[in-house]
Every structure is written in C-alpha cells, then in structure tokens.
Design a binder for this molecule. Sequence first.
Ligand code: FAD
Length: 405
Amino acid sequence: MTALQLLAYIATAIGLQCLLAIAILIWRKRTTVAEHAVPVVSARTSEAAWDGLRAFQVTARTYEDLAHTQCTLALAPVDNAPLPPFKPGQFLTFSLAVDGPQMPTRVTRCYSLSDTPDPDQYRITVKRALAPPDKPDAPAGIASGWLHDQVRIGTLLDVRAPSGQFIFVDDPKSPPVFIAGGIGITPILSMLKAALADQPERAAHLFYGVRNSQDHAFKTDLRQLADVHPGLALHILYADPTAQDVQGQDHDLPGFISLDLLKQTLPYGRHAFYICGPDPMMKALIPALLGWGVADADIHRESFGPQTAAPRPVASPVAGPTLAIRFRRSGRTLDWAGRDANLLDFAEHNSIAVDAGCRGGSCGTCETRLISGRVQYAAKPEFDISPGHCLLCVATPTTALELDA
Ligand SMILES: Cc1cc2nc3c(=O)[nH]c(=O)nc-3n(C[C@H](O)[C@H](O)[C@H](O)COP(=O)(O)OP(=O)(O)OC[C@H]3O[C@@H](n4cnc5c(N)ncnc54)[C@H](O)[C@@H]3O)c2cc1C
C-alpha cells in the first residue's frame, strides 16, 4: 500500500466517523425535543398534565355488571404521546358533544379514573343515570345516556387533564378502609388497586354496597384482588338480593353499610376512611363516623355531583342587601338577592350560559375571571383557583361584582 493510499483510507475513516457523530447528534436532539414536547407541565399543579382539552379515542368498551348499567371505556390519546400519571382517586373532565333534538350540543361532566395509571390509556366507568324514582317522567341523564348509547370504539372525546383531591394518601399508622356505594366504586377501585400494588401484603378493607348481583360491578376483579392479596378483607353488601343471590357466594351480607358493621369488623385503632357513594350513604355514614370519634381529617370523601353534595358544605342562601352582579361578556347586570346557593345557579336561573362540570368546586370548569368585587366560599374549594378568578359553582358574592362571563 502506498503512502497516498494509506492517507486516503485514514481520511475516509475519519469522514465516516464524523458522519456517524453528526447522525447521533441529530437523533439525540430529536429525542430530547420529543420528550420535552409532551407532556406539558401544568403551571398550576407542577404535575405532568395538559392545558385545555385533549382528544382521546375510545379503544375498548365493556360492561361491568349483569344489568349493563355500568360501562367501562378505555381511552387512548389521539396524539399517541405518553399519558401523565394521575393520583389514584382523581377524575377526568369531559366536554361532550352530545346530540339529539332536545339536548344541548355540549355538556361538561366528570368521570373518575377507575384503574391504576397506565402511560398508554385511561379508563373510566360510567353508570347510566335514570330518572329519579320519585320523578319517573323526568328525562334520563344526558351525558351518561349518550356515552352508553352513542359512543363506540373509535369515537373521539375531548378530555381535560386528571384532577381532584380525593386521593389515596399512604400512612402506615392508619390502614385504609375503603367504602363504596354503587358507582362510587370507581375512584375507590383505582385507590385500592394502587395501594395493593404498592404494598401487596398490606391490610385493607373494602366495604362495597350495591342493590344486588345485577349491579355488582367489577365482581371478578375484586375477587381476584382478594385472592392475590390475603391482607384485603372484602365486604360485599346487597341491599335487595334477588332470589338467586347466594350469601357467602355472590355477597357477604344483606343490607347497607352501617357504623355498626364497621365497629364489628374493624380492628381497634386508627384508620383512614375513603368514602364515595350515593347521598343517603354519605349522609348516614359521615356523621356516624365523626360521632364515633373518627377525626374529620381521617375521612376522605367524594360526592358525584350536586345530587350527592352532602359531604361538602355549600354556602346556604341568605337574605341580605341586594348586590349588583355584572356579567361583562353577556352584557347584563342583575341583582343578587341571596336566593341562589351560588353564582352558577344565579347565572343559570337568569339564562346566562356558563360552562360547568362537577358543581362542587372540584373540576374548575366554571372558573371565571373576577374583574372586580369579592366572593366567599363556605369551605375551601378543592380546585386550586387562579389568582383573580373565582369558582362560580361554590362562590357567593360579598360585594357587587363584575365577572368575565
Ligand atoms: C368528581 C366526580 C366524579 C364522578 N365520577 C363518576 C364515575 O366514575 N362514574 C359515573 O357514572 N359518574 C360519575 N360522576 C357523575 C357524572 O359526572 C354525571 O353527573 C352523571 O353521569 C350524570 O350525568 P348525566 O348527564 O347522565 O345526567 P344529567 O342529565 O345531569 O341528569 C342527572 C339526573 O337528574 C335527572 N333529571 C334530569 N332532569 C330532571 C328533572 N327535570 N327533574 C328531576 N330529575 C331530573 C336525570 O334523570 C338524572 O338522574 C362523577 C361526578 C363527579 C363530580
């Protein structure tokens, strides 16, 4: 080999190495950009989340109960970017384009995440809301009916990031007692699974009350959890067992979850209670637990809307001086005379359209800029309100107001 040939080989080798280095640099830069592009870090919570609505596609759909009243939807993001983890117990807020002759075109509703975090998909479980028994002629629930009847695999849904303060907080000094009534099982199941995944041997109780085997959701999943985790004590109660329901097989006890049952079942000592269920259950159990001496801080609770609003105090209507409330974008000024429980009710009663979700201070959908004036809250809202804003669903005015609505 001549010196010239050797030089050419060396030059070619150096050139190839340079090309390789450039390719690696470009590849690294692209990966970094992709990692930084999503998920967006929310300024408000400092957790990974996204702002506004994100499109999700329904990827699976299955019923959880024999009566087919509780439907699980698996949701994958259309942008295929990994999903931020949520805290078990949190919920998603949906802006749903429901259709139909007598329906509004968009409604906002919250649905709890019913499984543990998964970077590829979220899961919710929706109970079909029927007309109340004392008002059988009332229209059935809009959003839940639409999700059951119209949504199929492939349907796109607009979703806000997970939120909510009803979350599992692990404390070795107070073992968890999960209490669910009906569809209140959704956040409870997410918490229970996460708690057991974290510490498979931990002691935990689940009290789950349903009507009977027809609406007993997640039956197989719960039995499997109890089989795998010997520290989990399951207590399934049927309020109205069918003739075919077998105690000891389908359910453990007839009747409702009561303080007496908790006293008989739970070992002596401090416990952390996590409760989600219908209004009568919450109204009966929470005061009973407090009366038993359980600290308020040890009773974590969630209600699924104004019809089950017992646990969270809302400012009660009070008569007082009339206050002028200006809705700037609607161009209207109205007199607040203390007849409405909150500013959201007040706006709606006066036909001012305001987007609202949970109606209990949790989801932040009705957060509105407070241009001037002051409001009050009967209890600190769960949602972390931005400076200069207020949450209409739980706020009442203490002065004249100007709202950006
Ligand atoms: C934080 C949070 C988490 C939630 N998680 C879940 C969950 O995991 N799963 C779930 O299924 N739900 C959950 N919900 C409840 C859910 O958001 C909806 O409230 C529920 O699906 C009912 O909505 P809808 O549009 O179907 O009913 P709506 O149309 O809002 O009606 C509600 C009820 O009022 C009745 N009604 C309608 N009009 C009248 C009238 N004129 N007179 C009397 N009654 C009337 C309806 O028949 C229905 O029973 C959650 C709520 C919150 C706040």
